[in-house]
Write a protein that binds this ligand. Sequence first.
Ligand SMILES: NC(=O)c1ccc[n+]([C@@H]2O[C@H](COP(=O)([O-])OP(=O)(O)OC[C@H]3O[C@@H](n4cnc5c(N)ncnc54)[C@H](OP(=O)(O)O)[C@@H]3O)[C@@H](O)[C@H]2O)c1
Length: 341
Amino acid sequence: MRLLILGGTRFLGRHLVEAALARGHDVTIFTRGRTPVPWLGRVTALTGDRDPRIAPGLAALDGAGFDAAVDCSGYVPRVVEASARLLASRVARYLFVSSLSVYADVSRPGQDERTPVAVLADPATEDIVPNYGALKAACETAVGRIFGARATQVRPGLIVGPHDATDRFGYWVARFVHPELLGDREPRAVVPAPPERPLQFIDARDLATFILDLAEGDVPGTFNACSPRGQWTIGDLVDTLCALTPSPPSPAWVDEATLVAESVAPWVGLPLWLPASEPDSAGFMAMDCSRAQAAGLRTRALRETVADTAAWLASRDNAPAWKQVLGAAAERRILGRAGAA
Ligand SMILES: NC(=O)c1ccc[n+]([C@@H]2O[C@H](COP(=O)([O-])OP(=O)(O)OC[C@H]3O[C@@H](n4cnc5c(N)ncnc54)[C@H](OP(=O)(O)O)[C@@H]3O)[C@@H](O)[C@H]2O)c1
């Protein structure tokens, strides 16, 4: 298959390229050339900018034809529309990597692809951070308008695994398996109670496999792409982390009231923690992904994701990391307050 990846060198894209090369596909990537290309000589690396207003724009894509394009760097509808229009007559299938954040209301668990998506208050906005989900939904619309049944929309939840530089899932792996990466830490680790709290995420390598399967099968449609609802809890994650290391910190299960009183930032200070006091997000870690599972999405063992992430964390430069997560002093204070130190 002649495969074009818009992006490809940071995280998900990187795993897509690895998997596509392993399957013997003819891979072209399109990036600005800022992030190093690990496969020089094995992929065709085109340079440009997805934004046609920024020279040289999409010129490098002129003329080439592909069986499928995977867009894993699209955030702004105007920009996504530009590549979709340019490629409409030269790409058989356009797979847009969207997000579970597209949904307008995730207050209830078990929502599927029919759930209404968020709509931009200002359709012209290109301010990504506060409008991420609604912008992704508008990008999907642009791709659908141009490619019709030749469009595939993939909506991942939290993507995890090696090369994830976001300090989210990786925080938990570091806290239990490589606490030395986080400074001088206590032998007890603050974990948000209760252990039954549901978690949902997808290993980037499983997502890459699924996307390639959809591309090879020329499969249309929209897919929530995450682990099956109810598969994992934070208790499962902590058990897996503890089983992987000879003398792990012991988990100190801290109730939400204490975390809120200590001003711990949900999702950022303690990654993957969405407090019950924020009912609007109550369903975010319990989305219905059965359509993707029926189409072939498989999730590897949690132990493998954790072990591979731990190995990657130990091999990377951690100096720029861990700036927003719960610091050692704040964790000590919480342990004291919770009577768990
Ligand atoms: N991480 C998550 O938990 C999560 C969850 C749900 C959905 N998603 C979605 O998953 C997708 C994957 O993101 P990723 O960062 O892992 O993808 P990636 O393809 O590994 O990395 C982004 C790529 O885009 C290139 N790029 C960035 N801006 C560009 C521009 N203006 N023009 C051309 N190339 C550009 C970068 O290279 P250069 O720097 O060299 O340009 C890089 O190769 C995103 O669409 C994201 O919204 C992520």
